[in-house]
Write a protein that binds this ligand. Structure first.
Ligand SMILES: CC(C)(COP(=O)(O)OP(=O)(O)OC[C@H]1O[C@@H](n2cnc3c(N)ncnc32)[C@H](O)[C@@H]1OP(=O)(O)O)[C@@H](O)C(=O)NCCC(=O)NCCS
Length: 171
């Protein structure tokens, strides 16, 4: 993902969430070299993306989104494949994410990938009418035999810092 992708990314984001990420969330992630991945269809159209925060020996999935008209075609699975490969390549032991209890579609996707529920963050997400919604914390343990990635891997634009200090989980 680059600045040039953000108009398209924001259009997809706005349709996908009641409380979408703002441009600054994506811009801050790019500035901090968070891991990002784009998904395109056969015509080269951008149809999905993922953003993850790398840390010492883990990665935290912050955003995973597929454009509404392109759902149900395996794009999210492919993005999770890319994330998992990047995490294994850099020697990460664990993938983390948060998901709304109401987001059954995403929960089914993560469960099918082997993520397990390990906790609950009370009132984590904004919800309609000024309410809050809990976040389910999910974890995927990666193979212990993972080997670190070579430095400068272009596909794995990782950095440890969270630019905004606003560690906002998946919605
Ligand atoms: C959740 C989301 C990323 C799934 O993307 P997707 O590209 O449609 O998912 P895939 O096609 O890769 O499907 C993967 C799995 O999702 C689930 N899924 C896909 N389509 C589904 C549908 N119509 N109904 C229920 N579950 C569905 C299934 O478990 C599926 O696995 P299967 O093909 O073995 O049945 C997408 O719906 C999305 O962007 N939603 C809005 C944003 C969001 O909620 N992001 C996740 C935040 S935690």
């Amino acid at each position: 993902m680059s600045e040039a992708d953000l108009d398209t990314v924001l259009a997809i984001e706005a349709c996908a969430y009641a409380f979408p990420w703002r441009r600054s969330h994506f811009a801050d992630s790019l500035a901090a070299s968070h891991w990002t991945a784009l998904r395109r269809d056969a015509d080269g159209q951008l149809v999905g993306y993922a953003v993850a925060l790398p840390a010492a020996d883990e990665m935290h999935l912050l955003n995973l989104t597929v454009a509404r008209p392109h759902e149900g075609r395996g794009h999210a699975r492919a993005l999770l494949d890319a994330l998992q490969a990047a995490a294994v390549a850099r020697g990460a032991a664990t993938l983390w994410l948060e998901v709304r209890p109401s987001n059954e579609r995403a929960r089914r996707l993560y469960a099918a990938r082997g993520f397990e529920q390990v906790g609950l963050r009370r009132d984590y997400y904004p919800a309609p009418h000024g309410r809050r919604e809990d976040a389910i914390v999910m974890r995927l343990r990666l193979a212990a035999a993972a080997s670190p990635a070579p430095p400068g891997d272009a596909a794995d634009r990782a950095a440890a810092a969270d630019p905004a200090g606003d560690r906002r989980g998946l919605d």
